[in-house]
Design a protein around this ligand. Structure first.
Ligand code: TYD
Ligand code: MG
Length: 442
């Protein structure tokens, strides 16, 4: 009988079975078995263990990592100053958010400085990418003549693609795999896009990068529901994980670094998706506040941090009498549970009768706030709408709100205040100026 070359390994307990099963026979978890290639035990000593001599610290040659500047300032910022040669980067995001656009712009930008990028396109044909390049021409990020050092490899078989790369002389400096979900290896029986295939293909690309010193960017789709089955399983394998986020109905795109072996994970890059690709946004607050109407009840300006950057965003609230037995709470851009909590605090501490009102809260511009520092602005906007009284037009707000109605300190207060003043919001309501909601909203 031929020896099994794959087995199914439980992601929870590590138990292996030769055949796929819906439930792990060992720990009983459902849908946790993932097809995995069995590595041949070559090059091992007689006892089954390969013997290596440890290397002394003094013997390790220190390499100076000359980073490749991408020429896209916001991308360089997130990467910590550019791409580290020989690293593996995962660029993840929802389908259609602009990953391929960013990568294509990167290829075009790199043209002048660093030749030879190879675009392994499993998703689109080279013709389709050419059409995108034509569209991007003339955009700020991709000013360059006809790309001469960019080549394409339409391939979805990981092993053939890797063999083609190894065969190339000179080797390409940068390899882009768009997307890892389309790649498969014939060594596994699962379909392309299955967890086993994604992991195995990514592992093989990673090995190529480390063995040949090539830089590889893996593009991976994440869906809201299935985040775990996608690029999440690759995060430990790669050096850097970048997430491109945004709301498809808005132009804003934020590039975050989730993990970076060669830089800080605090930085974010801000882009606008235009008809000519992604353009960098140097001062996001300007764009977020561009359409703000002053002297209208239900609007407050929050100072939030995105990475190490302070940003001013408008929080809008609408409070209207409810026709329903259970009134509506609708949050867009902030966490729903956070909104419910703040509404409860306002009802209890300020005696606002919100139990009979619908409350809608929206962060203008499509930004998704994860920081509790926006709490105070949310409360202010809700109270402003309820009382039909506008917040001062030159007022910026930040601070976390506790269950007792107390206003709590948040990080980077100085930075926030400086940014607000710089942008023409000299009146600042912060934990330093107000200790409790009840004093602020008497
Ligand atoms: P794309 O980069 O193909 O997304 P992903 O690779 O993440 O799936 O971007 C797709 C969307 O971006 C598509 O809806 C069209 C839009 N787009 C623009 O608005 N302007 C442009 O210049 C380009 C190239 C795309
Ligand atoms: Mg794409």
């Amino acid at each position: 009988m031929p020896k099994n070359t794959t087995q199914y390994v439980c992601q929870q307990c590590g138990a292996a079975t030769p055949k796929w099963q819906g439930q792990c026979p060992q720990c009983g978890t459902w849908n946790s078995l993932v097809e995995t290639a069995v590595m041949p035990a070559k090059g091992r000593s007689a006892s089954g263990r390969s013997v290596k001599t440890p290397i002394k610290l003094s013997q390790i040659k220190g390499k100076t990592l000359a980073r490749i500047k991408t020429g896209i300032g916001e991308l360089d910022r997130v990467l910590g100053g550019g791409i580290v040669p020989g690293s593996v980067i995962l660029l993840a995001g929802e389908p259609g958010i602009g990953k391929s656009t960013l990568i294509t712009q990167l290829c075009l930008k790199l043209e002048g400085s660093d030749p030879s990028s190879l675009y392994v396109c499993g998703e689109e044909s080279p013709e389709q990418i050419k059409m995108r390049i034509d569209r991007l021409k003339g955009s700020e990020l991709s000013k360059s003549s006809e790309p001469a050092h960019l080549s394409f490899l339409p391939e979805t078989d990981t092993d053939s693609a890797i063999a083609s790369v190894v065969n190339l002389t000179p080797a390409p400096t940068l390899i882009i795999v768009d997307s890892i979900q389309t790649m498969y290896t014939a060594d596994l029986t699962g379909m392309a896009g299955s967890v086993g295939q994604i992991r195995e293909s990514a592992y093989r690309w990673q090995r190529l990068a480390k063995e040949q010193g090539l830089t590889v960017i893996l593009v991976g789709h994440v869906t809201k529901e299935g985040a775990i089955a996608g690029p999440k399983v690759l995060e430990h394998l790669v050096d850097t994980v970048l997430y491109l986020e945004g709301d498809k109905n808005h132009q804003f795109r934020i590039l975050r670094s989730q993990k970076n072996r060669f830089g800080s994970v605090d930085e974010v890059g801000v882009f606008l998706m235009t008809d000519k690709g992604l353009t960098e946004v140097a001062n996001p607050s300007d764009v977020f506040l561009e359409e703000r109407q002053t002297n209208v009840a239900g609007s407050a300006v929050a100072v939030v941090m995105e990475g190490t950057r302070p940003m001013l965003v408008e929080i809008q609230a609408l409070v209207i009498p409810s026709q329903l037995a259970i009134p509506r709470r609708v949050a867009s851009g902030i966490d729903m549970r956070r909104l419910q909590l703040l509404v409860a605090v306002l009802s209890k501490r300020l005696k606002l009768p919100l139990g009979t009102y619908d409350v809608y809260v929206n962060v203008a511009g499509g930004l998704n706030l994860k920081e509790p520092a926006a709490d105070l602005a949310v409360c202010l906007a809700i109270a402003s709408s309820f009382r039909n009284k506008a917040v001062g037009p030159k007022t910026a707000v930040f601070g976390e709100v506790g269950l007792l109605g107390e206003v709590r300190r948040v990080g980077f207060a100085d930075k926030r205040i400086k940014e607000a003043k710089k942008l023409g919001y000299p009146q600042i309501i912060s934990p330093a100026t107000v200790k409790n909601l009840s004093t602020l909203l008497k």
